[in-house]
Design a protein around this ligand. Structure first.
Ligand code: ADE
Length: 250
């Protein structure tokens, strides 16, 4: 899987993604990262890439030509043009299922906007998907692209080790993660739940499942509507006051 990022802040993207697990995956060649500075495609001797908005108003707008040329530079010689994701609060909201689907792409291009926006014509020309990482406004698309790349990369086979593997993490099957504990057994008077010290695997599994269900009900009840719940899950949730019309057997 190769990620291309068109940006005015290449160091931010490069440095961020070359850190930690994504950095290790890049080093090993499990994922590729190609960061392209849109400013390198400016037509202006001062390397400007923005201009005043037609019709007036505050702020500046990124011009279409440098972005189009950066995209041409990335895609030239490719048989199949990759998807181009434009990061914007107006896009479809990014979720785990989208990360899982995008992890099957061979290459993806991310376009990071800045200033008050990007000339609409270049979006019409090259963008295939508009994505938001949540209902808030960032100063630019870079952090959003990095969030998406991190979430997609960890779904790519070989990026996580077995130990790091996300099988039991939040949003796997739309349930939040159960709480984790490590040594010491007592921290500032707070004890590790006794069941975890029991060595009784079936009881531990049941306790963890119930913790996941309880947390999801408390913090993200909306997720439960999509979760695969067994009869046992459903009965447990009912004791906590939850009602749903149907459940699916696992
Ligand atoms: N650019 C600015 N805000 C954003 C957001 N919430 N998601 C994606 N891109 C953005």
């Amino acid at each position: 899987m190769k990620f291309h990022v068109l940006t005015l802040f290449p160091d931010m993207v490069q440095n961020g993604l070359e850190t930690s697990i994504t950095g290790r995956a890049i080093e090993r060649g499990t994922i590729g990262l190609n960061v392209v500075n849109i400013r390198d495609f400016s037509h202006d001797k001062h390397r400007h890439v923005d201009d005043y908005p037609y019709g007036g108003g505050a702020g500046m707008v990124m011009q279409p030509d440098p972005i189009y040329e950066a995209w041409t530079h990335v895609t030239q010689g490719m048989d199949q043009k990759p998807r181009v994701i434009y990061l914007t609060p107006q896009g479809r909201v990014f979720r785990q299922d989208m990360a899982r689907d995008l992890a099957h792409e061979e290459e993806i291009i991310f376009l990071c906007g800045h200033y008050e926006g990007v000339d609409e014509r270049v979006l019409d020309e090259i963008v295939t998907d508009q994505v938001s990482i949540g209902d808030y406004v960032l100063t630019g698309g870079e952090l959003a692209a990095m969030v998406m790349i991190d979430a997609i990369a960890r779904m790519v086979p070989g990026v996580l080790t077995n130990e790091e593997s996300g099988t039991y993490e939040s949003f796997y099957n739309n349930l939040l993660e159960y709480p984790q504990y490590t040594r010491p057994p007592v921290f500032r008077g707070r004890e590790v739940p006794e069941v975890l010290l029991s060595g009784h695997h079936a009881r531990i599994e049941e306790w963890r499942r119930r913790q996941s269900l309880e947390r999801t009900l408390r913090h993200r009840p909306d997720l439960l509507e999509q979760a695969d719940l067994s009869r046992e899950d459903f009965s447990y949730l009912e004791t906590l006051g939850y009602k749903r019309d149907s459940w699916t057997d696992q």
